[in-house]
Design a protein around this ligand. Structure first.
Ligand code: DAH
Length: 360
């Protein structure tokens, strides 16, 4: 084999063996680059006789063209293969399940949902929402609500007290939402029509009691409102909230220092068979306390009880949430177990409205 044939065979073999474009480029530089094997041969042409140059020159140029063609052909092949590999790697599996956006994956806690439902119902009846602090003074939580000093009703509440301040005053975690009645009457003139949802605290814990729980207070103050209005409002609320046509209610005489007369309200239900059904059955379930606002309470906020009157109620939110959504253990509400929330929680963008459905 002549030296040219040998060089041709070696170079073409190297072109064929190149695995990718950089490897092919190395072969090209090795043969056709400035100091490449074929380029070096071309440089020798100047030293040859014209005769020799004719044949030898034609052979070297033919080799150069052959190698060039082989490299260009191989480059095309490699480009094609690289593109194919890239397309295969980029392939999207359209049968994979769609990953939901964060706003769809999260869940609204049943307590938040129920507060939104309650707010929607009372807003429809013309109530606005009032709020107050969780940390209260003895004055707002008890005294202004007509709890006499040393009265046993103060002990009934199992109050969490803070350590006394230097002046001897002891702050506390509010035991009910009723202190916000006082704060509202101090800052708004009648007519007043508010609901007050919020957190409340008592030193108590079992399957149906947690140290922190939620209440919604209602307060109506004007010159004419009476127990008949209260009864209608509560009945309308229960029907709307439990999404039933009829709820049987029972008003029992009771005692609260801040109302006179005072009542507790039970709703009729059927608790046989593991779930609670409303408007039927023979059981009664206590859901709230209520009454006409006591004249002393009105006096405590500077309203004349001979001119103004009204009613109030306080309802346990967690309790009615358990009833409506069949959640058996109150403690699970506050354990922050994401599996529980996934099961009992609500979709964030399904806002409860009376027109669109409260819980659908
Ligand atoms: N604050 C009372 C409690 O937590 C509930 C209550 C009863 C609130 C009667 C009221 C009311 O506004 O009129 O036990």
């Amino acid at each position: 084999m002549t030296d040219l044939k040998k060089l041709e065979a070696e170079t073409l073999a190297a072109v064929t063996a190149a695995k990718d474009e950089p490897a092919l480029e190395a072969v090209r530089v090795g043969a056709l680059g400035k100091k490449g094997s074929i380029s070096e041969l071309l440089k020798t042409l100047g030293t040859m006789s014209p005769e020799e140059r004719k044949t030898r020159g034609a052979d070297i140029n033919a080799l150069k063209d052959k190698v060039n063609d082989a490299i260009n052909g191989k480059r095309g092949e490699l480009k094609h293969a690289a593109m194919g590999a890239q397309l295969a790697a980029d392939k999207v599996d359209v049968t994979l399940p769609v990953r939901l956006p964060a706003a769809e994956r999260g869940r609204i806690h049943p307590v938040s949902q129920v507060i939104d439902e309650i707010t929607a119902i009372f807003a429809d009846m013309g109530f606005s929402v009032a709020e107050g602090p969780d940390i209260e003074t003895d004055f707002y939580n008890f005294t202004a609500l007509n709890f006499p000093a040393g009265h046993p009703a103060r002990e009934m509440h199992d109050t969490f007290f803070f350590n006394p301040k230097p002046d001897g005053e002891r702050l506390l975690l509010r035991t009910h939402t009723s202190p916000v009645q006082i704060r509202t009457m101090q800052t708004q003139r009648p007519p007043i029509k508010v609901i007050i949802p919020g957190r409340t605290y008592r030193c108590d814990s079992d399957q149906t009691h947690t140290p922190m729980f939620h209440q919604v207070e209602g307060l109506v103050i004007d010159k004419v409102s009476h127990l008949g209005h209260l009864k209608w409002i509560l009945a309308e609320f229960c029907k709307a909230f439990f999404e039933v046509d009829d709820v049987k209610m029972r008003f029992r005489p009771s005692f609260f220092p801040f109302t006179e007369p005072s009542m507790e309200v039970d709703i009729q239900c059927d608790r046989s068979g593991g779930e609670v059904r409303f408007g039927e059955g023979t059981d009664w379930l206590e859901i709230l306390g209520c009454g006409m606002v006591h004249p002393n309470v009105l006096k405590n906020v500077g309203l004349d009880p001979d001119e103004y009157q009204g009613f109030a109620w306080g309802m346990g939110i967690d309790r009615i949430a358990m009833l409506k959504y069949g959640m058996p253990d109150l403690r699970a509400f506050f354990e922050a177990d994401v599996r529980w929330l996934r099961h009992y929680g609500f979709r964030p963008l399904d806002l409860p409205t009376l027109a669109g459905g409260l819980s659908s």
